[in-house]
Design a protein around this ligand. Structure first.
Ligand SMILES: Nc1nc2c(ncn2[C@@H]2O[C@H](COP(=O)(O)OP(=O)(O)OP(=O)(O)O)[C@@H](O)[C@H]2O)c(=O)[nH]1
Ligand SMILES: [Mg+2]
Length: 236
């Protein structure tokens, strides 16, 4: 039997200050994990910071993309890497400390019994710190919308803190995804449900980013509002 291997993916765009302490914290709780940083030629030099680290620790790998190609395609690049390199599990975290590594053990525990584990703000014990009412309503709204159009039974469908059984990712048509940006989160769950994956949600407290600026914008929000019903209709 081959050993079980965990890959943690971090999509980065201008996360230079967050990345080093985040990597340290991940390895503090999961020293066995390999890390893949997927950087879109961040102007602040995040990619170089990652390269320097990779040069001194073979557990860290860096994928450089030529420019800001979107969170969706970055996430799928991580999936492809995990499939090509035969990992057992892929776990993804935002690289801004909104997803604290202290929850990694709970997510891994879920993987004993399901195909997809979600670090969830919207189950008992979960929550959000540091957001205003507008941001809270937007997030709740997009989740209700996804549950309605995509018939998802999970509660946090827009967050990226998740763990997947890589054998299940292998079964997805990664070239068939239509989202390029943030709507990828809902599309992934939808496609996982279509192939019969099982799900668990474990509570997380989502904290506002530690350093730097948000990359989410009105365009991303509007794109999600169009893509989610489109997916639902295509799937009929
Ligand atoms: N490689 C890559 N990473 C991205 C891109 N857009 C966002 N990211 C990363 O994806 C993660 C989530 O992006 P955020 O800007 O934090 O989005 P958010 O969490 O919805 O917004 P905040 O509440 O402001 O943090 C972060 O680690 C970003 O650096 C992109 O186009 N390419
Ligand atoms: Mg964030």
């Amino acid at each position: 039997m081959t050993a079980e291997r965990l890959l943690v993916t971090l999509c980065t765009y201008n996360e230079r200050e967050n990345l080093p302490p985040l990597i340290e914290e991940i390895w503090r709780v999961a020293p066995q994990a390999d890390l893949l940083v997927i950087d879109d030629n961040s102007p602040d030099g995040t990619g170089q910071v990652a390269d320097e680290w990779a040069a001194r620790d073979s557990r860290l790998h860096v994928l450089h993309r030529p420019g800001k190609l979107g969170l969706g395609t970055a996430t799928l690049a991580g999936f492809r890497y995990a499939v090509a390199n035969d990992y057992t599990w892929l776990m993804n975290l935002d690289a801004d400390f909104s997803h604290h590594p202290r929850y990694i053990p709970a997510l891994l525990e879920c993987m004993r019994s399901v195909d997809v584990a979600i670090g969830s703000r919207y189950v008992a014990g979960g929550g959000v710190l540091g957001w205003g009412l507008r941001r809270k309503l937007m997030s709740r709204g997009v989740n209700a919308y996804a549950r309605l159009f995509l018939r998802l039974s999970t509660h946090d469908n827009s967050g990226a803190f998740r763990c997947f059984r890589v054998d299940r990712l292998r079964q997805l048509d990664l070239d068939g995804f239509i989202s390029r940006g943030y709507a990828i989160q809902e599309e992934i769950l939808y496609r996982c449900r279509k192939i019969g994956c099982t799900f668990a949600e474990t509570p997380i407290i989502f904290d506002d980013r530690r350093y730097g600026q948000s990359k989410i914008n009105l365009y991303e929000m509007l794109a999600a509002l169009v893509i989610i019903p489109r997916l639902g209709l295509l799937g009929r």
